[in-house]
Ligand binder design. Structure first.
Ligand code: NAP
Length: 432
């Protein structure tokens, strides 16, 4: 007996873990739709190009994609090519897994100046994402300010700091590698509106900044507490203590000469970005914490810079038929409505590591297997008819594998792949 027909919109970690969990519980046909011809979402377009080990998780998703029940439809955009409403009419179960694609904005004067980028754009650019490959940021500046104290901010400063050799095993596109290499960047500033205790870096990522060939991390000892005070869970306390230890080691690091400096600027919030046609400096106001409350002090500092990148979190792109509030689709434990579910960042906000999505997938698989036993809508058959009738070009998983091998074949060892950058070229490789 066939289980309910299932469609998942979005082929990132959230989408793939959901497909994997459902396929273990139900004898369902499960279709995964993505607006790009390439699967794996943030694994390909978000995880930093020098963190290839993290990208290896795509082998697990590939095994899921190759299950008989599962079918990938790339290059189909829900909300544009086919509406969400139609999907809900033709499938028993619709799961939204489209993540949080849009940058949060600082909302300060000068925030729209040329030379100010959000991390989705900037990371997309150095990862060869088709939406951002033409961003062409001007890196002809000595000073760069990155706003935010999370792992995305750390990724950005690391990619801008590593040498050509340190990036040699990455899949960063040549245009980005050359542009970073040619740039005269000397000073990177990573700005947190709160302190080292509140910073959201994970320790492995933070520690890596102390081992770079040509970049010296600079921390002001005055920003570090002598003793960690406050109420923390055992786990949080351990994590914070590790970060403090790492930052302390940076503050006393031997100040040998390196080409670049990474300055940790804690307790400062951006209040204005200044420039005529493009960014020339950023004004920061010193802050202090009273309990957990962030207070302004009135003390202003200005950093001259030609590039500001904000890494202050993301929000979801809306699709007609979704109710987004507070940065997530309205849902209760993954359920939006009968037959309608959400997983990943769109369901709980842009937090956690890749593995966090696994629990989301298990949660909706449990709900679905309790609420639906058999198939009543023919799902895939209707989807294929719609794709044909609208003359859409769908990319299958086998098509993606052609792109994948082409990219790998065209890379010179030790570069793992030379990414294809345009959708047009991807379709050409698939001979569509
Ligand atoms: P994040 O960890 O939530 O960090 C966002 C940072 O932006 C925080 O420091 C936050 O400060 C700051 N911020 C927010 N609004 C601001 C404002 N208006 N002005 C100034 N600062 C502001 O988010 P993320 O770095 O985007 O990362 C997203 C998720 O992906 C995280 O769970 C992260 O761990 C994960 N990730 C993991 C890796 C990895 O494991 N290697 C790599 C990349 C991303 P407050 O704390 O004061 O709000």
């Amino acid at each position: 007996m066939k289980g309910p027909s299932v469609v998942i919109i979005g082929s990132g970690p959230g989408g793939f873990y959901a497909a994997g969990s459902i396929s273990k519980k139900l004898n369902s046909d499960i279709d995964i739709i993505d607006r790009l011809p390439t699967p794996f979402g943030l694994i390909r377009g978000g995880v930093a190009p020098d963190h290839q080990t993290t990208k290896k998780i795509s082998a697990t998703y590939t095994r899921t994609a190759k299950k008989d029940q599962i079918c990938f439809f790339g290059n189909i955009e829900i909300g544009k090519d086919i509406s969400l409403e139609v999907l809900r009419e033709i499938y028993d179960v619709v799961i939204i897994a489209t993540g949080s694609e849009l940058d949060n904005k600082l909302g300060i004067e000068g925030g729209d100046l040329k030379g100010v980028y959000g991390s989705a754009e900037f990371v997309g650019w150095y990862n060869g994402h088709p939406d951002y490959m033409d961003l062409n940021p001007n890196l002809d500046t000595k000073n760069v300010v990155v706003v935010g104290n999370g792992n995305v901010a750390i990724d950005i400063v690391r990619v801008l700091s590593k040498t050509f050799e340190e990036m040699s095993e990455s899949d960063i596109p040549e245009y980005a590698l050359n542009s970073i290499n040619k740039s005269p960047i000397k000073n990177l500033y990573i700005v947190g509106r709160r302190g080292p205790v509140e910073a959201k870096f994970t320790n492995v990522e933070l520690r890596e900044m102390g081992n770079l060939k040509n970049c010296l991390p600079i921390v002001n000892n005055f920003d570090l507490p002598n003793k960690l005070e406050g109420d923390f869970s055992e786990r949080d306390r351990r994590l914070i203590e590790k970060n403090l230890e790492t930052l302390k080691s940076f503050s006393s690091i031997e100040k040998i000469k390196k080409g670049k400096k990474l300055n940790f600027v804690f307790f400062h919030k951006p209040i204005e970005i200044i420039g005529n046609e493009k960014v020339e400096s950023i004004k920061l106001e010193k802050t202090k914490l009273e309990g957990s409350e962030l207070k302004s002090t009135g003390e202003i500092n200005e950093i001259e810079c030609g590039l500001v990148i904000t890494a202050i979190g993301y929000k979801p792109k809306n699709i007609t038929g979704l109710k987004i509030s507070d940065g997530v689709v309205e849902n209760k434990n993954g359920k939006i409505d009968t037959g309608f579910y959400a997983v990943g960042w769109i369901s709980r906000g842009p937090t956690g590591v890749i593995g966090t999505n696994k629990a989301d997938g298990e949660q909706v698989a449990d709900l679905i297997s309790k609420e639906f036993k058999t198939q009543s809508k023919d799902g895939r058959k209707s989807l294929i008819e719609i794709i044909k009738s609208k003359n859409l070009t769908a990319i299958s998983f086998e098509d993606w594998e052609k792109i994948d091998s082409y990219e790998k074949k065209n890379a010179k060892d030790p570069v793992p792949r030379k990414k294809i950058l345009t959708i047009k070229e991807m379709l050409k490789i698939c001979k569509i």
